[in-house]
Design a protein. Structure first.
Length: 154
């Protein structure tokens, strides 16, 4: 699917309720999980000890919930293209949920939807884009987050 292109606040305001499609699939590699553990200091065995995790409640290592959440930052620019964007900043998140764990080796992808937008002074817009991290073969997503961005166009 071709990513939608937004080049003005008006265009984004008109997109509320529209889906942005899906990203390509990616693998949640154990090396990514281990790297996140290094950066955050969260070395809990369910994330970084494959032998112990195999006998644990998830049958193997799982990604940190916050790693799965952080991938929203990877997926969003794959779901939408900005043109004539002067500046964009992350403003926050609402309603972060982790319905099911993402196992090491799982294939995941992002799905996006514009759920809200409001005008800001100076040809800006505050946009809420829901990112759903889908897990191949699972009925439940690994993460659902409403990302909030402030975008200012030329």
């Amino acid at each position: 699917m071709t990513s939608p292109v937004f080049d003005s606040a008006a265009g984004l305001l008109a997109a509320v309720g529209h889906e942005l499609g899906h990203t390509d699939w990616m693998v949640m590699e154990q090396s990514r999980i281990d790297g996140f553990a290094e950066v955050t200091g969260d070395h809990q065995w369910i994330h970084v000890d494959p032998d112990r995790a195999a006998a644990g409640p998830f049958g193997g290592c799982i990604a940190h919930g916050y790693l799965t959440l952080a991938l929203a930052n990877k997926f969003l620019p794959e779901l939408v293209r900005w043109e004539r964007l002067r500046m964009g900043v992350n403003y926050g998140c609402d309603r972060v949920r982790f319905p099911t764990p993402v196992r090491a080796g799982a294939r995941i992808r992002g799905h996006g939807e514009v759920v809200a937008a409001s005008a800001l002074p100076g040809d800006g817009v505050q946009a809420t884009v829901r990112i759903t991290v889908e897990i191949e073969g699972s009925d439940k997503p690994g993460c659902v987050v409403d990302t909030i961005s402030r975008l200012y166009f030329e």
